[in-house]
Design a binder for this molecule. Sequence first.
Ligand code: PRX
Length: 666
Amino acid sequence: MTDQPTQETLANLSREERRFEPPAELAAHANLTAEAYARAEADPEAFWAEQAQRISWAQPYEQVLDWSNPPFAKWFVGGRLNAAYNCVDRHVEAGRGDKVALHFVGEPLGDTRDLTYAQLKDEVSQAANALEELGVEAGDRVAIYLPMIPEAIVAMLACARIGAPHTVVFGGFSADALASRIEDCGAKLVITADGGYRRGAASALKPAVDEALVKLGDEGPVEHVLVVRRTGQDVAWNAKADGGVDVWWHEVVGESSTEHVPQAFDAEHPLYVMYTSGTTGKPKGILHTTGGYLVGASYTHWAVFDLKPETDVYWCTADIGWVTGHSYIVYGPLANGVTQVLYEGTPDSPERGRWWDIIEQHEVSIFYTAPTAIRSFMKQGREIPDARDLSSLRLLGSVGEPINPEAYVWYRSVIGGDRTPVVDTWWQTETGAIMISPLPGVTAGKPGSAMTAIPGVGADVVDDEGRPVPNGSGGLLVLTRPWPSMLRTIWGDDQRFVDTYWSRFKEQGYYFAGDGAKRDDDGDLWVLGRVDDVMNVSGHRLSTTEIESALVSHPKVAEAAVVGAKDEDTGQAVCAFVILRETAGDGGADIVAELRQHVRKEIGPIATPRQVMVVPELPKTRSGKIMRRLLRDVAENREVGDVTTLADASVMNLISSGLGAGKGED
Ligand code: PRX
């Protein structure tokens, strides 16, 4: 079930009159101009075929798209390629081996390292040889649980090079979350590090892998753990009954040959599985394949950021553990051969101006970050960025959640010196690449709006019956035709893939994105956020059900309901309502802290509830479904909305009075 955005939400969107025209200089030399829209619309497949020329194919494809068995697409049928070759070797072969691929900036001051494309090629080749040595073959899955260090990129590309799909697990996820992902995709190898630097200190990673391995047991799929030494922290060394498990990266990778011949794989060969939260407790393994994904990542990175690989220095602040890191740190930018910054740590370490120092030092020209970060900088005040020279910037991007007009304008004027266009890019783990965004050389930017589908992509806002809504109305966001970087399925669960994305508008053949959107009077799109039980905290997707399951796994909890409530800093915040078991009494003085800690341990720090409210009852419909809409009203301190479908309307009074009595927020 989904909630349509209400007319009230739509009306609440401020009428935004400000417009920012593209800078003349940028427009004059833009990679894509206005004609691309009509050309792509007239013949989308021909347009994608044109984009496919950005990639080196070991064997040309015979057909652009096979859509004979929807929603199971095949793109660039019969084509063969190697993703790592495309990201590294071909630049070296073209004489650009000395160009810096990565300006790595570790969190500790002065801990920097530049890697050229030639060096990257050597390291990726060494790692590919080492993986093969460890028995990893094409088709085997490899889990990667690493900090933001060059080895993370090397590991991903080494997997791609030998055709072993990787699944990168965000370093902030717990041992449990890691174990369930390893188990779901049956990863044979885990690549991790002793730790990484965060917030000024070494933060251990390896213990979570050790704990995950214990959970998975001796019969678990993992044969080896490859450990990068980053912080020099002590690590426990695992061994299975029949032999060693853990091996040091510097021993096996460091000792391997730098020669490795990349083999070509089918365009539809699996490239990676990225887990993301859905509406149930079980994360979905989103499968991306090689050819279409690489074309999508490379094209969008070039078009949306107006990339000039010869002169730009690009920086995306996402973590490699999310899809943004995959498409816009690894595959897009490296396929395009640009120089980029890779930063390990947090924005405020050792002090608040760290990001701006990095931009100044490396003369970053294109910067891509999330609204939640922008809002936190706004709070700190403009003095901090104003004290740095940010004049190298020429383009700014935003991703992960709706950017509110004020944050957009601040970003543009304070960080971008009122020169830079801001591209608000809408996309998802499932879409693999940007779908809706302004084009910086074409579109007059409108703060808060992601504007229109980029050339090649079809997007629409429709009502429940799948009919396009008129301008000025809201509805559900859909993608109207297949695109090369689309997810191919959910790992091991084709049915869930069909049900989740393709059943709602089966008749029309639309992909249902799960977001509500508004089309304004000019026909431009405003993405309003999820319409299902998925929330977005600091641009990260979390499932309400997953957090509820974590809560009820605590011995004192009988029932739990979780909602995402508006939050000034993080967009949405996790708010939990729990009913305690009778045996738990009032739960004890520390019950709130105890439950927050429990969720942190079960899922990871990002899922920690902002509030835990102990309540006597939960509002439910007659069919027993929790009415999260009402709880959201409570969490956001609104007048509680319509309660007519509630089985027992007095529940809301009970909740409100319980909260009034001071049980609740910590
Ligand atoms: O709700 C939308 C929101 O993030 C969701 C996708 O999350 P995830 O798969 O984790 O990928 C995040 C990075 C691509 C979407 O369904 N979202 C993402 N970008 C935007 C956005 N909402 C509004 N505006 C955006 N630019």
